[in-house]
Ligand binder design. Sequence first.
Ligand code: ZN
Length: 223
Amino acid sequence: MPDELLQRLRKFHDQAFPSYQQDFRNLVSYGQHPTTLFVGCSDSRVVPHLLTGAGPGELFLVRNVGAFVPPFDGSAGYHGTAAAIEFAVLSLAVRNIVVCGHSHCGAIRALYADLSDEAVNLKAWLDLGREARLPVHEPDADMLRRTEQRSVVLQLDRLLDYPMVRRRVDAGSLTLHGWHYVIEDGEVHTFDVRTGHFTPATLASESSIGLAPVESEPVDPVI
Ligand SMILES: [Zn+2]
């Protein structure tokens, strides 16, 4: 009796793949040309392809705990997220970078909690969100949401420290987008750099209200 994951793989091959076969073969023949780099949290409830209606070949994904962007510090270590950003911008020439945080994010909640001493990598990684933390010990739901949104803005700011990102944003060939996905509502709130607010996508007047070229000064969020 095959295990559950094996059964799922067989089901994909036998039932799902046939309807995508030509798409995948074209993507192999002509290569991938995704226009968007999606930096998302690893949380299992965030499903980028569902949110954006994207199909195979449309999103270049990098996911990590918290949807964090590490600093461009030139240390040339094993920086997976930084490497993905460089690849997406330099090799794939994406036109958009989305940083997508979300409601009920465990990484953001962990900014206010004590972690196991064994979690040495996780503790260090969470440093990338600490600036977003509010000066409270026990945040309520509203404070957590504000922290999640502040973190998105913090990561966008850090993205602009990547020279290849900054150059393209300034040149108008790359736009940064800050999103906060409210899982229970099925709604993404998009960051408007001009107002410093997140607006529900159903109410936003523009689909692209991230960091536009002329607005690329350091962000001062009001959230
Ligand atoms: Zn999360």
